[in-house]
Design a binder for this molecule. Sequence first.
Ligand SMILES: [Zn+2]
Length: 265
Amino acid sequence: MQFRLEKVLRIMREFMTHSNQATSSLADREYLSAQAQHPDSLPFDYSVTRAKRKTMVIHVRHASVEVRAPLFVSVREIREFVTRHRAWVEKKLSEKAGQDAQRLMLTDGGTIFYKARSLTVRYISDTREAIVITEREFCIHGPRLNDEVAARILQRWLLLQARTVLPARAKALAGYLQAGGRLKEVVFRKTKTKWGHCTSSGRIQFNWLIMLAPDAIIDYMICHEVSHLLHMNHSRRFWAVVESVCPDYRIYVKWLKKHEHRLWL
Ligand SMILES: [Zn+2]
């Protein structure tokens, strides 16, 4: 019962911010039910996932919209909720569409965002495998090139750099932070959602795609994961350790938020 009351109060607050009028709870509810009888058709589809939760929330991922809703709310209430947040969902969908257009397209003539520069991908038929970067172009050399072969060459190239740079730097930083004994191993994996990960057993995992990012971002990622050897959370104490090594970390966090979608392959 309490959840319901909270929900109604929340709806009221939301409603009143739009209407800018102090209306009674009853009037709000009547308004909402009247609106539900003439629901606007929405320009997007959405899926509903029921969960043991108290409130509704909308997630927009690429082109899909998902509503997570408590077990007790009706389909009509969910529709009202989505309709009320229609403008926000549409804005998110167009943002995601823009991001998708900026994604790394590994194909001849595509675009790659390397060290914060947009470069044109070029395939150059060659007997040896190599990557050569010029002012405007990111040239992938190799025999019998197609998108798949080029992706493998790029992966080998980035992985080699990751192996050369990341474990040594992570070890050195762990030593500096007097956490050297806690670092057991550094491994590499391409995941869809994470740049790095640190387990309580002292295993740090890096996504080798981070090597496409500017060096300062790579340094920040090393600092972030190594700091987890001291604090396995994102508490204030954790960020204090990060800041002690990387005082400008906020700039890098922001940069990643803004640009990371351009680095995923
Ligand atoms: Zn973290």
